[in-house]
Design a protein around this ligand. Sequence first.
Ligand SMILES: *Cc1c(COP(=O)(O)O)cnc(C)c1O
Length: 466
Amino acid sequence: MRYISTRGNMEPLSFSQAVMMGLATDGGLLLPETIPSIDDKTLISWSNLNFSKLAVEIMSLYVGDDIKRVELDDLAQRSYLAFSHPLVTPLVRVGEQAIIELFHGPTAAFKDIALQWLGNLFELLLQRSDKQLNILGATSGDTGSAAIYGVRGKKRIRIFILHPLGRVSLIQERQMTTVLDPNVHNIAIRGTFDDGQRIVKEVFTDLEFKQHYNLAAINSINWARVLAQIVYYFYAWGRYTAGNISKSVNFAVPTGNFGDIFAGYMAKRMGLPINKLIIATNRNDILTRFIATGVYKVGEAQPTLSPSMDIQLASNFERYLYYLTGANPSQVKAHMNSLSSTGQLQVTAEQLAVANSDFAAVAVSDVETLAQMRFTYDKYRYILDPHTAIGVKAAQDVTDVICIATAHPAKFMESVQRAIGKKPPVPSSLQGILDREMRCTISEANSLAVKQYICDVVDGSSNLLT
Ligand SMILES: *Cc1c(COP(=O)(O)O)cnc(C)c1O
């Protein structure tokens, strides 16, 4: 399998090149050259595989000759061993709906599924090339801890995560800063999340610096993250239908950067019987507006009770746009240019009709989110976190729907307490976290200070400024 850019100005890459590159050099996103198609017989035979085995089957279609099957086996086993539930992603019944719980990983959010695997994959590829990698990222909370847990203790990898000082939740801060492995570096900047993102962008724009320190990003545009997320759509379908090929399901997906639901779209294109993918958003509803009107128009991000979805520009949307334009890189480029110059893009009526056959979209307010949490608890004694509650609400009138649970309720203690008047049980990964030793550096919110810090750590010296 080879990988191409959504903007078309790049020679095709191998899987491992695509993973190491992250963002395509022409500014686009990487996609597989073709989408593997799964026949009914294979689908049925996959429907009772355990999560690791299923992951190997699906991933083997996308990695080409780069990674041997025994290596894939080993990667999958080690990655999902870190999950506290024996089924990795159990499917549970809550009234009329099914919920697939993706929050049994070490940081209690769905990002662990991809980042546990990506950490191990990076390690394997670096070992082969005898290289080192320095990961740099900015987080508003969840991604940072999942990325840190994905690479902690790994020999050839260092990770530098910026978070805005005093502006992440207490649990989120502790999840990051109590990881004491020597390769983990938390930097609390005196500024906002936007400052953090700006700094990371500036550091990456310094190509000499980027190359010298072999810097990599770990945000949701890495193809390997999408790939790892395809697995649970197949897994959920298999458990829900017991391999009944004539049965289609719908998925309700709490959506921010469009990474989770885009994996669902890939699963559908591979032949998984999916009827609709329901984009569930909070008040930051750019995607909901797009599905209603065909206009993708940037607004201002607003804080909500589901902070991991407080996103205006959904970075994986460009991947869908590529398929929506009939795999036409020049159209994608024109759209993305329009988006950056005018703040919006618009697809044709025919394309909008296609988008509406793949997706439905619902925006859910904070008030509705709390009401859903309360309702589900009162009726079924099941505790939803605010993100998952948005998906459950969006799916309320849909039959044969599987809702994706993206976070453990204990991560969002205050909202849960507000909704149901009690605290959820705390998973073992979060127990005692407030009492653990912490390590974190405080930095001014500018790229020079952050670069200096990276130099100090990597070189053990401070020669950048001279
Ligand atoms: C990241 C995240 C989401 C959004 O997922 P995307 O792939 O960005 O759409 C939803 N819920 C939780 C808890 C998350 O951490």
